[in-house]
Every structure is written in C-alpha cells, then in structure tokens.
Ligand binder design. Structure first.
Ligand code: 5GP
Length: 191
C-alpha cells in the first residue's frame, strides 16, 4: 500500500536489533486517518469472507484493530498480556515471545469472547518472527474459531514469520512488505 510505504520512508527510523521505529504514526502517536485507509484496504482484500470478529494482541495492535472493526462492522477482541497466573474466570491462554522486549508473556482471552461461531481476522502492527500471530492462532484453535486470515501493517519479509505461517496455510495480507533495511536508513519494499 503506497500510502503506508511512503509514510514509513518519511517517518520510520531503523533502530538497533532490526527494529523499525514508527511511533510517530503507528504505535504511540496514531494517525487514525491512515488507519482508516489501511482498514479499507483490508476490507477490500477480504471482501466476501464474512469476517465477524477481529482478534489482535495487546498493546500496539489494538488501535489499528479498532479502526478495522469500524470498517468490518464487527467487534474487536484483544489478547491480554497477564502476569497473574490465577486470573479469575474461564480463559484460553498461551505464551508469546515478544520481539521488542525479548521476554515471554502469557496472553489470555476470555472464553466468553471467542468461540466456534467466530470467523476471525487477526490484526497486528508488525510481522517479524511470527510469534504474536502464532499465539493468536493458538487461541483461535483452542476456541474452535475459524481464522480467515491476517491483516498486518508492516511485514519484515526478510524475517521468517511470514513464510512459516503462509506455509501453515494462513492467508496474510501485509500492507507494506520490507525486503531489506539497515541503520544507514535504507528501507526497501517488495512491490
Ligand atoms: P513477531 O511476533 O512476528 O516476531 O513480531 C511481531 C510483534 O513484535 C508485533 O506485535 C510488534 O509489536 C513487535 N515488532 C516486531 N518487529 C518490530 C519492529 O521492527 N518495530 C516495532 N515497533 N515493533 C516490532
């Protein structure tokens, strides 16, 4: 998606550890007009798929997912990161390794909000090694929900997550796919 690529080139910063900083428009200050354009693009790509729920993961997927929820006209659920082992109530739980913090979090979703009638679109800001999306797939699997596909804002396509998950049969629609980047500021896209 041209608009997102141009914004990454204008405002993205390549940091140490293969991290692209986009907190001026994506995951700290949020350009919700850009999110709206992204949501409309996913809506076009997943037209006719009868998505009835969006599932994302705390924290940076939430804003994007909410705007997508408006376009799709469906509820948005986010997997919560929790440090408490004995959380009250009935939940699905799995573990996710964080790319940016390099720790493992337990993530949960209440059994009330995910079930066999759900046709899910997974949403997240980045796809790198695929841990966050795999965690969401685990939760969906536990709930017996059907995953229609995943909408990703920025895929670092030179990292393994996209290939691994597509090989597992997941449809992934990434709006900007980075083929290479380095700390000289060079960022290249797969068109
Ligand atoms: P994965 O689980 O696919 O390895 O990484 C995806 C998650 O890590 C996303 O939820 C995102 O928050 C974070 N992440 C991965 N790569 C980057 C990056 O280059 N920049 C930022 N800001 N977050 C990233």
């Amino acid at each position: 998606m041209r608009l997102l690529e141009e914004r990454i080139l204008k405002d993205g910063l390549v940091m140490e550890g293969d991290v692209l900083k986009v907190d001026g428009f994506l995951n700290h200050q949020m350009d919700v007009q850009l999110f709206q354009a992204m949501a409309e693009e996913w809506k076009r790509l997943f037209a006719g798929c009868e998505i009835n729920k969006i599932l994302t993961i705390e924290a940076s997927g939430i804003g994007i997912a909410c705007i997508a929820g408006l376009s799709f006209g469906c509820p948005v659920v986010f997997a919560k990161k929790t440090k408490t082992r004995n959380i009250a109530g009935d939940v699905y739980r799995t573990q996710v390794k964080s790319y940016t913090h390099n720790n493992i979090s337990e993530v949960i979703v209440s059994k009330k909000y995910l079930g066999a009638d759900d046709r899910l679109l997974l949403i997240d800001d980045f796809l790198a090694n695929g841990a966050a999306l795999s965690g969401l797939l685990d939760l969906a699997d536990m709930a017996g929900a059907r995953v229609i596909g995943a909408g990703i804002a920025i895929e670092k396509a030179y990292q393994p997550g996209g290939k691994l998950l597509r090989e597992r049969g997941l449809r992934i629609e990434s709006l900007a796919r980075i083929s290479a980047m380095d700390d000289s500021g060079r960022i290249e896209f797969i068109s």
